[in-house]
Structure formats: structure tokens, C-alpha cells
Design a protein around this ligand. Structure first.
Ligand SMILES: NC(=O)c1ccc[n+]([C@@H]2O[C@H](COP(=O)([O-])OP(=O)(O)OC[C@H]3O[C@@H](n4cnc5c(N)ncnc54)[C@H](O)[C@@H]3O)[C@@H](O)[C@H]2O)c1
Length: 279
């Protein structure tokens, strides 16, 4: 069971954090995996790209060396799978089209898309939400997921098989204090996943959303250390602890298997029971 041998996956925002863990887990199940991200460690323009991304987190990641795209591809190749890291900004539709065409040429097919890329560092209450960051969050988290879904669709239709996973958040299902833009995008991807599920059924394409609580990726750890509200979030889980990237990756990978072929249009919480305390 749970064998992805022969499948080709593209994961967006996979140079660190949950996307990286998703890529490794898909590979452990047998898939060939293409790591894509706006940041690659061998990019000579890494610092400029990070600054251009209009994201504090991108600059921290570049400065701290949290960019493991090529290293992750290498780790996957050492497992005996095919893998490569390709720069892809999910807001750049021409680039996405070119990257998917290249993946098809290099790997022969595209079976799995994990829409993981996102910006997580815009926190301010509504009067202080920054219009530029609002626009950025919609462009990356919501429109970016749509761009990749639209561009991968013809490949999956041609194969009559596909798996698309969207990354939502409990901020999308419950709201997020100080997270208007992020929360709106994470609610939006659930609508997008359900629409893709309705339209994909006739082609054997499933589309689902994973709804994490607080997970200790590099970004999650940094937020947990700097934001006192995270202690409250932790105490609202039934376990009184945060989640691990492997909890998300296992769910994402399962949704990509043949065995998960009757699960579509679902929004699956991996949140340590946080919502139970808000009911
Ligand atoms: N960590 C958590 O607690 C948590 C909770 C709920 C949901 N999520 C979701 O899980 C996903 C991963 O979260 P994470 O904690 O690993 O965050 P992260 O910031 O570490 O990872 C996001 C990745 O997306 C990339 N990225 C940003 N803008 C991009 C763009 N325009 N094009 C391509 N790549 C881009 C970044 O470079 C980074 O590698 C996100 O969708 C996030 O919203 C995370």
C-alpha cells in the first residue's frame, strides 16, 4: 500500500519547512519529486530575490541559511528517485508554464501538485494591515495556488489522473487575530480545492485541502518564539503541544496515493484538536 513509484510530484515553496518535508515524504513513498521555490541556495541573486519578495521571512531565511532546495533534491536522488530543484515564483504565470513544460520534458509526466508556497509574515490588526502586503498575500497564497492548478490541469487531464493538495490553515477556518490577509487566502484555497474537486472528478483528479494548526517548521518555530499568543494556541490543542512537519507531510502524501482516490473536496485538519476548544 501507499506506493507512489512512477509518479512525478511538483511541490511549490519546497526549499524549507513543510514543503521540504512533503517532498521528502513523497519521495520516501517512491515518487520522483521536483522541488520548486522562489529561493534556491545556489541562486547568485538570493539576497536580492529575498528583498524583492517583499517579505521579512524571506530575508531571514536567506540570512539564516534556511534554503535547502538543491540539498533536498540531492537527498531525494540519494534515495534512488529522480529529483531536481527549479526556481519558480508562483506569482509568475509565464515561469510556471515554462517550469511545468520542463518537468514534463525531463520527467515525462506530472501526477501530483502540492500548492504549498505561501507568505506567512503579515501580522497586524485590520486598521494596520498593509495594502501592499495584503496584495502580496492574495497574489502568492491564493492566486499562486490557482496559477499552478490551472497550469498543471492539462497534464493531469491528458493522463486521466491527478492529485492536487492545497495548504490551508486553521487561520482560514477559524479566523486569525491579526491575520486578515493570511486568513482570507487560507479560507480561499478551500473554495478553490472544492471547485477543483468538482471539476476534476471526470478526469480522476482529486483536490483536497490540508488545514494545519501550528506546526514547527522554521517559520513556525520563529513565530512561536516571538509571539506570546502562541502559548495560548499551544494550550488549545488537546495535546498541549505544537505539531511537527512530519504530521503534515504524512497527510499530504496519503492524499496523493491511489488508496486516497475517493477522498476529494475535503479540508482535513491536522491541528491537534485546536478547533474543539472553540466549538
Ligand atoms: N507552519 C505552520 O504552523 C503552518 C500552519 C498552517 C498552515 N501552514 C501553511 O503551510 C505552508 C508551509 O508553511 P511553512 O511553515 O513551511 O512556511 P515557510 O515560510 O517556511 O515556507 C513557505 C515557502 O514558500 C516559499 N515562497 C514564498 N513566496 C513564494 C513565491 N512567490 N513563489 C514560490 N515560493 C514562495 C518560501 O520561500 C518558503 O520556502 C504554507 O502554505 C503555510 O501557509 C503552515
Amino acid at each position: 500500500m501507499f506506493d507512489l513509484t512512477g509518479k512525478v510530484a511538483v511541490v511549490t515553496g519546497a526549499s524549507r519547512g513543510l514543503g521540504r518535508e512533503d517532498a521528502l515524504t513523497l519521495a520516501r513513498l517512491g515518487a520522483d519529486v521536483v522541488i520548486t521555490d522562489i529561493l534556491l541556495e545556489d541562486d547568485p541573486d538570493l539576497r536580492t530575490t529575498a528583498e524583492g519578495a517583499n517579505s521579512v521571512l524571506a530575508q531571514v531565511a536567506a540570512a539564516q541559511g534556511w534554503v535547502y532546495a538543491n540539498a533536498t533534491a540531492e537527498e531525494i536522488r540519494r534515495m534512488g528517485r529522480r529529483s531536481t530543484a527549479i526556481k519558480m515564483d508562483v506569482t509568475d504565470r509565464d515561469q510556471i508554464r515554462e517550469v511545468f513544460a520542463r518537468v514534463k520534458e525531463l520527467f515525462g509526466r506530472i501526477d501530483i501538485l502540492v500548492n504549498n508556497a505561501a507568505t506567512l509574515d503579515h501580522t497586524a490588526q485590520i486598521p494596520n494591515q498593509d495594502y501592499r502586503l495584503w496584495d502580496r498575500d492574495i497574489a502568492v497564497n491564493l492566486t499562486g495556488s490557482f496559477n499552478c492548478t490551472k497550469e498543471v490541469w492539462p497534464y493531469m487531464v491528458e493522463q486521466q489522473w491527478g492529485r492536487i493538495v492545497f495548504m490551508s490553515s486553521v487561520a482560514g477556518t477559524l479566523g486569525g487575530f491579526g491575520q486578515a490577509s493570511y486568513s482570507a487566502t487560507k479560507a480561499g484555497v478551500i473554495g478553490l480545492a472544492r471547485t477543483a474537486a468538482l471539476e476534476g472528478g471526470r478526469y480522476n483528479i482529486t483536490a483536497n485541502a490540508v488545514v494545519p494548526g501550528i506546526i514547527l517548521s522554521e517559520a513556525g518555530q520563529a513565530a512561536a518564539q516571538s509571539n506570546p499568543m502562541y502559548e495560548r494556541f499551544k494550550n488549545r490543542t488537546v495535546f498541549k503541544r505544537f505539531g511537527e512537519p512530519s504530521h503534515i507531510a504524512a497527510t499530504v502524501a496519503f492524499l496523493c496515493t491511489e488508496e486516497a482516490g475517493y477522498i476529494t473536496g475535503a479540508a482535513i485538519e491536522v491541528a491537534g484538536g485546536i478547533p474543539l476548544f472553540t466549538a
